[in-house]
Design a binder for this molecule. Structure first.
Ligand code: F6R
Length: 613
């Protein structure tokens, strides 16, 4: 996830662009840049680091142009560096582009452009866009005032994936083209000026009047005119909307808190994490790593090591990896692993899961495994983070920056990526049938739309949270992957509601925890594994008999045996179900915290990144 800003009007563009970027830093902050046009020349200034560093760039204050584009980056392809920062220009320096999103077929497009004589300076997916626009611009023999628009449209037709783009052209110095597909983009309208941004907050101080773009829209902007087109370049009209948000609500996209915004971002973050790894008719593709059959066939076991939510993501994926790869998978807490002399050697593959990539215990645990000769694979959400510099292999979740301390979208992205990784390993090893693999791939691709369906049930979760927010103890029960997700649900609740909570494997109930169940206690049951339904249902009956209030999250057609609330979620393969069943648990923790009037995004005593032991 990145932030983009654009301006075309009668004022100096650069200060407006930087002001907008500063307000978009929550979307990314590893590098930033601006391009403006003056006297038919595009100046392009960019560097690694936070947006405020732009003020230190030589000559930036001399940029007088009144048309410009700008970007604050959260790296997805290519580490944070000056070369990989946006804006990116084509080889002839005629076009400059900023982009938010992921171009899935950029390697194909890069090869096509390379064979047509184009060269590339960066490792980004974005750099294909200005060159592709240049390619079509040069091929077009009509020199009318729509030539720039046609070239951008033709380039967009070739792009697969998601994008919000702004493009300027030195041969059309009073025009900007913007387009979007699956990435947000809005246009603010002032008096003879237009402000463009990936989010309303960046430009809310300049105008309250906005056009909201839809997927496939492409727009030609001038100081005093604006032309909208659909994906076929047919002219369309749009209504101007008046937005009365205050600046703080706007930064959260209108959500009350970052956590809620991040919960609702999950259809997109899961979709972007799957990205181009799964394609119909092809093997899973992780272009970043190249693990050989020879290496994998010699592995005896896999360790997944992490802390907190990331560790529960590993636990949620354990069964699928074991089931597909026929290899034992141990899950370990990084702070335990690093001090207990684990039995690992060159026949162990150690996977480290970390959103931030900076967690001290996880990094130390990785170094330990390396010192024992094991190969290490990091899964991180932050390109270039410390752990990625230590690991033998790295793959990335594409959840975008997670601001709320309680992790939500990182968890679902991590379980998704581990599931795709399990298929990747199984395809290399030949350890699972094609039929099983194809079913799983189809299921994984359908997860984003199933998450959308679950998010529509939020009012039901909220109404149950309202009934139980004054409780002192809440228990979670589940079996198999439902047990893993119970632990994550319980952690979420503790973190942001300060309610004491425990998660138990439902079969363990009789071995002790049932002694805690008394009249009025709340028990949350997760039931998604068809072969375990009866078992968990009877455990829940045992707590109901002892007076518990019950909240059931299930994908199965279970009879209502006096449950207080049942949330029915869509079915998926039970080994993928944590990616769906965790959503109501995240919402439950969120609404309880809100009912208690707590600071959801910044819970007491917790930090987002734990860089010390
Ligand atoms: C819980 C949470 C923490 C983190 C843990 C690991 O909501 O956010 O438990 O999951 O501190 O952090 P990363 O993934 O950055 O290593």
């Amino acid at each position: 996830m990145c932030g983009i800003v654009g301006y075309i009007g009668h004022q100096k563009a650069c200060p407006i662009l930087i002001d907008g970027l500063l307000k978009l830093e929550y979307r990314g902050y590893d590098s930033a840049g601006v391009s403006t046009i003056e006297n038919n020349y595009i100046s392009n200034m960019k560097d690694m680091g936070r947006v405020k560093n732009l003020y230190n760039l030589d000559g930036i204050n001399d940029l007088e142009g009144s048309i410009g584009i700008a970007h604050t980056r959260w790296a997805t392809h290519g580490k944070p560096s000056k070369e990989n920062s946006h804006p990116h220009m084509d080889n002839s320096n005629t076009f400059s582009v900023v982009h938010n999103g992921i171009i899935e077929n950029y390697q194909e497009l890069r090869s096509f452009l390379t064979s047509n004589g184009y060269t590339f300076k960066s490792a980004t997916d974005t750099e294909v866009i200005p060159n592709l626009v240049h390619y079509y611009f040069n091929k077009d023999v009509n020199n009318d005032n729509k030539k720039f628009l046609r070239a951008v449209h033709s380039a967009c037709m070739d792009l697969k994936g998601s994008y919000a783009i702004e493009i300027i052209c030195s041969e059309f110095p009073d025009c900007m083209i913007v387009a979007r597909k699956d990435s947000p983009l809005v246009i603010g309208v002032g008096e003879k000026e237009k402000f463009i941004s990936s989010d309303i907050p960046a430009i809310l101080s300049f105008t309250k009047n906005f056009y909201l773009l839809n997927d496939g829209d492409i727009v030609q902007l001038h100081t005093d005119s604006i032309y909208f087109y659909d994906k076929n370049l047919t002219p369309i009209s749009k209504d101007l909307k008046n937005i009365e948000w205050d600046a703080s609500a706007a930064e959260k996209d209108g959500y009350e808190d970052y956590m809620l915004k991040e919960i609702y971002e999950q259809p997109r973050s899961v979709r972007e994490t799957i990205g181009s790894t799964i394609k119909a008719g092809s093997l899973v593709n992780f272009s970043e790593i190249n693990i050989s059959k020879e290496y994998l066939s010699n592995i005896n076991n896999i360790y997944i090591v992490a802390c907190g939510t990331a560790m529960y993501a590993g636990l949620s994926a354990k069964s699928l990896i074991e089931n597909l790869c026929k290899l034992p998978v141990c899950i370990d807490i990084a702070s335990e692993f690093r001090y207990r002399n684990p039995i690992i050697d060159e026949k162990t593959l150690c996977i480290y899961v970390t959103q931030s990539g900076e967690t001290a215990d996880t990094i130390a645990a990785l170094k330990l495994a390396k010192s024992k000769g094991a190969k290490t694979l990091a899964i991180s959400n932050v390109i270039g983070s410390s752990i990625t510099r230590e690991a033998d292999y790295t793959i990335y979740t594409h959840a975008g920056p997670e601001i709320a301390v309680a992790s939500t979208k990182a968890f679902t992205a991590q379980v998704t990526l581990l599931s795709v990784l399990a298929i990747y390993f199984a395809e290399i090893l030949g350890s699972a049938s094609n039929e099983r693999i194809n079913t799983l791939k189809t299921e994984i691709l359908s997860l984003p739309s199933k998450i959308e369906q679950i998010l529509e049930l939020s009012e039901e979760v909220k109404s149950f949270a309202h009934k139980v927010y004054t409780e002192h103890d809440i228990f979670f029960l589940g079996r198999g992957t439902d047990y893993a997700v119970s632990m994550e649900g319980s952690l979420k609740l503790k973190e942001i509601s300060y309610i004491h909570s425990e998660a138990y494997a439902a079969g363990e109930l009789k071995h002790g925890p049932i002694a805690l169940i008394e009249n009025g206690i709340t028990v949350i049951g997760i039931i998604t594994s068809p072969n375990l339904v009866e078992k968990t249902v009877s455990n829940i009956q045992e707590v109901i008999t002892r007076g518990a209030k019950t909240f059931i999250i299930t994908s199965e057609d279970i009879e209502n045996h006096n449950y207080d609330k049942v949330i029915k979620i869509p079915k998926t393969d039970s080994m993928l179900s944590p990616i769906l069943s965790v959503i109501p648990l995240q919402l439950f923790a969120y609404y309880i915290s809100k009912e208690k009037g707590l600071d959801v995004d910044k819970p007491r005593n917790l930090a987002k990144s734990v860089t010390v032991e």
